[in-house]
Write a protein of this length. Structure first.
Length: 145
């Protein structure tokens, strides 16, 4: 069964830990949510806090219980493949240039249904096999009503 609505409330909480210091970002927006038998898509726009004229279009593709892909298009472009228990090399384009970073997911908790739900992912990023950060994000989706 396929269900699509453009009016979903999407809440994203991201936590990043670098050198023992944690930084937390929270975002609430209206976005798209599409669920199919074998995967789900969460789409939303994110604006730069310091410069609101800069935005990115984000798509989170949840393929199964063990794999999530995050695609970001805008000033910064990324395609992170998060697969539980597996390290991937991923492309990360910044204003300063392109990087290949390592991504390793150790937790993917998927509670998405056709009406919304929750997604929780914990992962680490590395560059040249040096740990950059430990990260996690929570996404809550509910029908706007």
């Amino acid at each position: 069964m396929e269900k699509k609505k453009n009016e979903y409330l999407i809440s994203v909480t991201g936590i990043q830990e670098v050198d023992g210091e944690k930084d937390k970002i929270e975002l609430q927006t209206v976005g798209n949510y599409l669920i199919k038998p074998d995967h789900a898509y969460i789409g939303y726009k994110e604006y730069d806090e310091e410069n609101p004229s800069i935005s990115s279009n984000n798509v989170v593709k949840v393929e199964n219980e063990d794999k999530v892909t995050i695609i970001r298009n805008g000033e910064i472009q990324t395609r992170l493949i998060l697969e539980k228990g597996r390290r991937h090399q991923c492309h990360y384009r910044t204003l300063m240039g392109d990087l290949m970073i390592g991504v390793f997911a150790d937790t993917i908790h998927n509670e998405l249904t056709e009406n919304g739900g929750k997604l929780h992912v914990k992962y680490s990023l590395d560059f040249n096999n040096e740990l950059i950060s430990n990260n996690e994000f929570y996404i809550d989706i509910e029908e706007k009503g």
